[in-house]
Design a protein around this ligand. Structure first.
Ligand code: ZN
Ligand code: ZN
Ligand code: ZN
Length: 377
């Protein structure tokens, strides 16, 4: 796509941010490092000690203050924002404070470095502060067609890796978890991602730790191996990438009846939670569907995390599928459905797909087989 097409997308996002600011009584939004900036402008700021900050007044032109040496990296989109490069001897906080002068309420990006927030609070003593995620979270949670296409491409890429794993094309026995994790990372890049975000490989009792860090433990026959991996997939030349995130388990040799029974309960819970993720259903209710099936199956208390998280330019973003979140799912929400059952010290399993809420019902972006594949080695 030519840059002008992306420019229209970014201009539209900026306009929707301004509308939300108007409704919420926010005079200025400040966006620095993190995912909000590329989502709004296509520009990814390096997490430097030098300040990059986009200043968006509720009415008036947006300005991006960028360290002079970073200006060549910015794809200029004059219809969306102006670029101001600041020199090494300039105080960039003062520039931002001048651009935001007189604002009564300022929203600031959640991942802005505290040093800049503290200095801005000093230079804008009259302002009330709130988190920009309260404005941008709900906007980013509703994906447009191009974003869903980005997520679909990312999902298809990791599906191909999962299929190789299930076919036994990725050797396991005798290798360390870390070694297999490195292979998954390489495959994530080879499948077109620009970056690997994580590649959890957890064997046997390690699979009971949901965010296990792949270790030097050697994988043996007779074990379950949980693999949870994903990366960021570039969406054309837009400057923005979309994330993949999939979990599949394989078993080296036939599983015990205990593991097979547990896995059957888990697979049913995941399937039925996906089916429950329809537009209008409160996000927390979808978590409840999986949680009660797992409890009824005899594993009460062993599903120790929320059901899922939104996904987009970040791996974890709104909406969160967690008890207590009464926000109904809306068309365009994209999120993981990832129930797990974890028996500490013995085994664990999780099944994860990315799902989009559409008017025609839940659409899975991961279709790799959901069963517990038995691999020989
Ligand atoms: Zn996680
Ligand atoms: Zn995951
Ligand atoms: Zn996830």
């Amino acid at each position: 796509m030519p840059h002008t097409d992306h420019g229209r997308t970014f201009a539209d996002r900026m306009e929707r941010l301004r509308q939300t600011m108007g409704r919420s009584g926010v005079d200025v939004t400040l966006v620095s490092v993190g995912a909000d900036l590329p989502w709004l402008t296509g520009y990814r700021a390096m997490p430097l000690e030098r300040l990059t900050m986009l200043v968006v007044p509720v009415d008036g032109a947006a300005t991006m203050f960028v360290p002079r040496l970073e200006v060549p990296r910015v794809v200029e989109r004059p219809e969306v924002f102006d670029v101001v490069g600041w020199d090494e001897t300039t105080d960039p906080v003062r520039l931002v404070a001048e651009a935001a002068a007189g604002a009564g309420t300022v929203a600031i990006g959640d991942q802005t470095w505290a040093r800049f927030l503290v200095d801005l609070q000093t230079q804008l003593p009259g302002a009330a502060w709130r988190r920009a995620s309260s404005l941008l979270g709900p906007l980013r949670a509703v994906k447009d067609a191009a974003e869903i296409e980005g997520l679909r491409l990312a999902g298809a890429a990791v599906d191909r890796i999962a299929a190789e794993l299930q076919a036994g094309a990725i050797p396991l026995v005798g290798r360390t978890e870390a070694d297999v994790s490195e292979e998954l990372s390489r495959r994530i890049l080879a499948e077109g991602h620009e970056r690997t975000n994580f590649a959890i490989v957890a064997a046997g009792e390690n699979a009971a730790s949901p965010h296990h860090h792949a270790s030097e433990r050697v994988i043996a026959a007779g074990e379950i191996v949980l693999c949870d991996f994903g990366g960021t997939f570039p969406l054309g030349d837009s400057g923005v990438g979309y994330c993949s995130d999939i979990t599949r388990c394989v078993h080296v040799g036939e599983p015990s009846s205990e593991v097979a029974e547990m896995y059957a309960v888990l697979q049913d819970a995941q399937e039925r939670a996906v089916a429950a993720a329809v537009v209008g259903t409160p996000a927390g209710d979808v978590d409840g569907v999986a949680r009660s099936l797992i409890a009824e199956g005899g594993y009460d208390g062993l599903f120790i995390h929320r059901l899922g998280h939104g996904i987009g330019v970040e791996e974890h973003e709104d909406p969160y599928l967690v008890a207590g979140n009464d926000e109904p799912l809306v068309e365009g929400n994209a999120f993981s459905i990832e129930p797990g059952i974890y028996a500490a010290g013995r085994w664990g399993a999780r099944i994860e797909d990315i799902v989009v809420a559409t008017v025609d019902g839940p659409l899975r972006l991961n279709t790799a087989d959901h069963g517990l594949a038995v691999v020989e080695s």
